[in-house]
Structure formats: C-alpha cells, structure tokens
Ligand binder design. Structure first.
Ligand SMILES: *Cc1c(COP(=O)(O)O)cnc(C)c1O
Length: 228
C-alpha cells in the first residue's frame, strides 16, 4: 500500500514528465486535487506537502471540510459539481472558484449572493464540448455571449473555461475536443484577456489534455485512492 504522500508525489512527478514531453514548463499546469468524499485530515496532510487547490462536488461534505480547515488561510476551494439553484448561496459563501458555470440564472444568483466584502468569486464557463444532449455545459457557440453576461456581474471574475470530454478512450476524439477547447479559450481571451485558465484533463487523459493546452488538471482517485 502506498501512502498519500507517495501517491501525491507520483502524480506530481507524472505531471512534470507530461509537461516535459509537451515542451511546456511544469509551472504552466496546475494540479487541482479532487478531494470529494475524502476526509478533512487527508486534505490537511496534502496542504502540508504544499498542495493548495482542492476540488469538491458534494456540497454538504465540502462545507464541513471547508469549515474544519478554515485555519489554512491560502487554501483554495473549487466547486466542480452540477449547481442547483437552491445551493448557490452556500457556494457563494464558501468557495473561491466555481468551475461548472453554465447558466445565466446561476451566474446571477452567485453574483447576488456573493458578499462584496469577499474577493470576487472566480468562475470558469463549463463547455459541453462533446455536444451530448444530456450533458452539462453550454454549447461552444454560446461561450462569448455568456462571457459578456458574466462580465457585467461585479462579484464574479471570469477566468476561463472548463470541460469534461466525451467518455471515450478514442484519443483522436479526445484530442479533437481538447483542441477545440484550446481554440475557444484563445477566442475568449481576445475579448476578455484575463481569461487564461483551461481546466481539462483527469487521470486517464491528462497527457493528451496537457499537449492540447490544459492549464489545470483535476485528479482525485490517483491521489486519494478510490471512493466508496
Ligand atoms: C471526480 C471528478 C474528477 C476527478 O476524478 P478522478 O477519477 O477521481 O480522478 C475530476 N473532475 C470532475 C468534474 C470530477 O467530478
């Protein structure tokens, strides 16, 4: 059995080597440690190893951890789950990042419920890059109009794009979708130059995502072990 530290170091090393193969400096790819369902003490252990950004999608579980770990001042909590409109207040009050924004109504509520005393809530637009009917995310054609809507909201700060590609092992399909995301980010940055974040790539498709411009990979199981 490997320890949490060993798994974390192995993932970090893997990201570095993937960056090297893609001729990118390893400080251009950020690791989001997806700690959903895992206990606060594991998050705190990783924090002690230097990890700062953590991803959560189950709100109640997340808020308990965020409260327990409130003494870790520069920790960064990213909400990466589907957002129901009756949950926006809790998200606006507890998180620094929301990566799964895909509806104007939700953006408006997060803005209205975010205290102006806090720094603006950083948001990523989730894109349904595989254009599957059932899937979260807005269609690629609507990214720019949604970005314009978000930019009018003073308590939100648009930082870039996020996607979950099609559930396939076909690397050509995945590469095409990552490539399109990279182009969408470039187009977005023309009008919104602060948009530099491209959140894509998980354990299985990390290398491909980094080759196609990912700036943040989201890794859970490889660090924390499997979920119950
Ligand atoms: C759970 C989750 C991850 C991490 O998945 P693992 O398979 O545990 O590495 C990444 N992104 C999102 C949006 C998730 O919900």
């Amino acid at each position: 059995m490997s320890t949490l530290e060993q798994r974390y170091q192995a993932v970090s090393t893997h990201i570095s080597s993937v960056c090297e193969q893609a001729h990118r400096s390893d400080d251009t790819v950020k690791l989001l440690a997806v700690s959903k369902t895992k206990p606060a003490h594991m998050v705190e252990t990783l924090y002690q190893f230097g990890q700062r950004a953590f991803g959560e999608n189950y709100l109640q579980d997340a808020v308990e951890k965020i409260t327990t770990l409130a003494h870790l001042k520069d920790i960064e909590w990213h909400f990466i789950g589907p957002i129901q409109s009756n949950k926006t207040r809790v998200i606006a009050e507890h998180f620094q990042w929301v990566e799964t924004l895909d509806r104007e109504k939700i953006a408006q509520r997060l803005n209205d419920q975010r205290s102006p005393a806090l720094p603006a809530l950083n948001v990523l637009i989730q894109v349904n890059i595989s254009r599957e009917d059932q899937k979260s995310g807005i269609s690629p054609e609507h990214v720019e109009s949604f970005a314009k809507f978000i930019e009018k909201l003073p308590n939100l700060s648009l930082q870039g794009l996020m996607c979950i590609p099609e559930a396939t092992k076909d690397e050509n399909v995945l590469a095409a979708q990552f490539d399109e995301m990279q182009q969408l980010l470039q187009q977005l940055a023309n009008n919104h130059p602060q948009c530099t974040v491209l959140s894509m790539g998980m354990s299985s498709d990390l290398a491909l995502a980094v080759q196609h411009g990912s700036s943040q990979v989201r890794i859970g199981t490889d660090i924390f072990g499997s979920r119950d």
